[in-house]
Ligand binder design. Structure first.
Ligand code: AP5
Ligand code: MG
Length: 216
């Protein structure tokens, strides 16, 4: 049976950090819409060029483009057992589209852990974040790499994301509250939402998420 898990939470909640560990433990693909856009940006593809302006402004890339991108990603062989979705869906239209896509693939969303972190904590998380080109995530204080400036996993140089500038972070949080937070109710109504306290230490959040997923 395929297992699809949607990680919900504001920018900086720890979706990427947790999706990496959880997908590894559960042997599922990790699909990060933001990472796919950033990969396209780096490779200067048409999709990357289209997404760039939206991302730099802290706005959402249009639904039709994003949905088509995820539809294609979900059919790849590494998703045969399912996937942990990190950053998708982000609007009600995306959530409805996901339900349709999974139906076509013979699956459904199994559960939706919501990593709850208040807005005032998010700013310090994002201003101290360093990332590698493969999407591995660190924090200068909360989760430093073993060697400063280098990724523990692949040795790649770490960089700060363009959209982690304070003004853009503020915009991203606003966009989240306006366009994405309605999904909390969408999934609660369907009995799929599992709230986890995302202000705890990283390992404790992982433990709570795994426990929530195990309960189904
Ligand atoms: P995306 O890349 O998805 O960014 P985001 O949702 O804003 O989320 P982040 O990646 O910033 O945060 P995160 O929750 O992954 O936290 P992380 O684990 O890194 O999207 C970027 C852009 O792409 C969007 O703005 C939009 O333009 C576009 N886009 C993407 N998806 C889209 C979609 N579906 N539709 C339309 N447009 C889309 O952790 C953050 C920091 O905190 C790190 O430094 C980490 O080390 C630290 N940390 C993590 N957990 C803890 C903890 N428990 N305690 C202390 N520190 C912690
Ligand atoms: Mg992320």
């Amino acid at each position: 049976m395929t297992t699809y898990i949607v990680l919900l939470g504001p920018p900086g909640a720890g979706k990427g950090t947790q999706a990496e560990v959880i997908s590894d433990r559960l042997k599922l693909a990790h699909i990060s819409s933001g990472d796919i856009f950033r990969e396209n940006l780096k490779n200067e593809t048409d999709l990357g060029k289209l997404a760039q302006g939206y991302m730099n402004r802290g706005e959402l890339v249009p639904d039709d483009v994003t949905i088509a991108m995820i539809r294609e990603r979900l059919t790849r062989p590494d998703c045969a057992q399912g996937a942990v979705l990190d950053g998708f869906p982000r609007t009600p239209a995306q959530a409805t589209a996901l339900d349709g896509m999974l139906k076509e693939l013979g699956g459904t969303v199994r559960c939706v852990p919501y990593i709850n972190v208040p807005s005032e904590v998010l700013v310090s998380r994002l201003s101290g974040r360093w990332t590698c080109q493969q999407g591995h995530v660190y924090h200068v204080v909360f989760n430093p790499p073993q060697v400063a400036g280098k990724c523990d996993v692949d040795g790649l140089e770490l960089y700060q994301r363009e959209d982690d500038q304070p003004a853009t972070v503020e915009r991203r949080i606003r966009v989240y509250l306006e366009q994405t937070s309605p999904l909390i109710e969408y999934y609660r109504e369907r009995g799929l939402l599992r709230e986890v306290d995302g202000t705890q230490a990283i390992d404790q959040v992982t433990a709570d998420l795994l426990a929530a997923i195990q309960k189904g």
